[in-house]
Write a protein that binds this ligand. Sequence first.
Ligand code: ITT
Length: 204
Amino acid sequence: MENQNNQLNQRLRLIFATNNQHKVDEIKVVIGDQFNVVTLKDAGIDIDIPEPHDTLEANATEKSTTIHRLTGDNVFSEDTGLEVAALNGEPGVKSARYAGEGRDFQANIDKLLANLEGIVDRKAQFRAVISLILNNQEYLFEGICGGEIITQQKGLKGFGYDPVFVPIGSDKTFAEMTIEEKNQFSHRKKATDKLIAFLKSQQS
Ligand code: ITT
């Protein structure tokens, strides 16, 4: 037991600056017990972090620096956008609030499908940007998943635009996949893999 506690104490502790439990669930599957990932909730921090900027990078930085300023701890955050080619990259950085301040997943999907009605080119990508603040220095990691937007939503798992997004290499939407299946394709998994590789390189 003491041995186990020692191992736990030695793992690098990182606060994950998000209020999105789906992101926490997906990233925890990738990181496993390699690092001690602490959610805002676990850390007792109840804050709605603003995302006022017009790039994913700047919003990710805003989230990690806000929590870093508050705690002084090592922190990472993640900002993701769905970039649709025929819509000039929209909803992009506005993905969460595409259909309004209510941040309603279904309303966002309805607006997306309405804007793509009759459009043949359905190409899209999810782009995730992770901002890590480690020992007071910031590092950014990106993950991209290409795919297409289907015309009618399918599946009940996941969150956000998952029911209308089919990644390249699959015939299922993200909402028809388990977290493990989604992680075989996902933007978030790719960005997290880069984060893990970097953290390991800093430890050795
Ligand atoms: P935090 O800022 O607290 O991390 P959030 O939900 O506001 O959580 P983002 O600003 O990064 O996160 O996400 C923007 C929106 O993009 C999110 O609300 C979803 O609608 C969508 N989204 C992000 N990742 C997604 C994914 O893996 N699958 C489907 N939709 C996703």
